[in-house]
Design a protein around this ligand. Sequence first.
Ligand SMILES: Nc1ncnc2c1ncn2[C@@H]1O[C@H](COP(=O)(O)OP(=O)(O)O)[C@@H](O)[C@H]1O
Ligand SMILES: O=P(O)(O)O[C@H]1O[C@H](CO)[C@@H](O[C@H]2O[C@H](CO)[C@@H](O)[C@H](O)[C@H]2O)[C@H](O)[C@H]1O
Length: 413
Amino acid sequence: MRLTDELGAWVARQRWYAGKSHEPRFRILDAQPAPEATRYLLMDDAGSLPTLYNVPLVHLPATDHPDAVIAHDDGGVLVDAVRHPGFTVGLLAEMGVDVSRVTGSRVLTGEQSNTSIVYDVDGEPTIILKLFRTLHHGENPDVTVQRVLSDAGSPYVPRFYGSLDASWPDVGRASGSASGTLGFAQEFLRGVRDGWAVALDAAREGRDFTDAASDLGRAVAGVHGALGAALETKDAGADEVAATGNAWQRRLSIAASEVPAVAERVDAIRAVYETALARPWPLLQRIHGDLHLGQVLAVPHGGWRIVDFEGEPLRPMAERAIPDLPPRDVAGMLRSFDYAGAVGAGPDASEWAAACRDAFVAAYVEAPGAVALDPVLLRALVLDKAVYESIYEARNRPDWLPVPLAGIDAALA
Ligand SMILES: Nc1ncnc2c1ncn2[C@@H]1O[C@H](COP(=O)(O)OP(=O)(O)O)[C@@H](O)[C@H]1O
Ligand SMILES: O=P(O)(O)O[C@H]1O[C@H](CO)[C@@H](O[C@H]2O[C@H](CO)[C@@H](O)[C@H](O)[C@H]2O)[C@H](O)[C@H]1O
């Protein structure tokens, strides 16, 4: 088998593979030196947008673990470099982090769009490095936003430690090359629980979650305040409003073509969008962009930390790195409480979700940093999020498709 085919077959099986809606057409764009490894940059030209995957591999003469073999090369085998300490520690050092007391590293398992590596320092988990699996020209918004919040001393994010960029050939650019972020390192928070797991437990048992939802409202307002102060803001003029309207319509068209139940509701959804486009809009600024319970971490002594500022993985990167509507993040959390209620399926699930939504919004609007929430604009953003989720679920978890569809109906009622 050709190396490209072997790599492509492995990439297509990974959780972070983004091309699940089409038949891929892979080619190796570049092979670059990396610490004790080779970084293969694998382009899939077949989707609506070409996607570049970051696949660092270690070359070994042989291995006792045939399951770990991804491809064969020059008489040896190629295995995933993220499991090889020479690569992981070398990568961390390339980000400017002191690795002299690093005593081990491991890959975090779980449902992730990228690959995270946790490092022990003097035997204690201390640093987490996120390796981006799809690469884009320009700094990844996760890095821009985490670094700015960390530098501003925000109590709602882990400390930022360093990042690493790479360049690759790009015939579409005048310079002939593109460059972007390979990954970044930050403080590993010990003993945290992911907000989705915490909320789901509470939802299953019908346990009150409104205090936690209120804390989260204050944390999101704090992050909005810090980002508005530190990064570019912009009036929502006619061009910006039109661009957002086009993005809503584009997603709706994709969803309608993939999900018949969305196709039946297109006119009603468009009507809400039209009204929202005519409302007064708040100042645009950097936001989280894909806020949901899986992106917030409950720290052991109370309170929340927010992570993963990369934006929605199904959204073009150019759209994710520009000033946006802070209420989009509020809409993301409102949808997430609905998800937790529906999936938890505890007693009085819809009342549980409604109580969380109310507590979250009430705390957000009162907290320092909050941005005004126009109810019609918020409804359109909730709809746009549920439309996005219908595409995500149809492609990744068809059993969960009824959750966003119920969300669309509730927002249209
Ligand atoms: N600073 C951190 N400390 C501890 N755990 C973290 C930290 N950052 C992320 N995680 C864990 O890693 C998971 C995935 O992180 P995330 O940034 O959402 O990656 P992805 O973009 O791959 O989805 C989180 O849900 C959380 O469990
Ligand atoms: O965390 P990611 O950036 O990979 O986000 C994607 O996957 C999420 C699921 O893991 C998806 O979130 C949806 O499901 C969540 C429960 O699993 C729920 O809490 C969210 O509200 C819901 O949107 C997210 O939309 C997608 O971008």
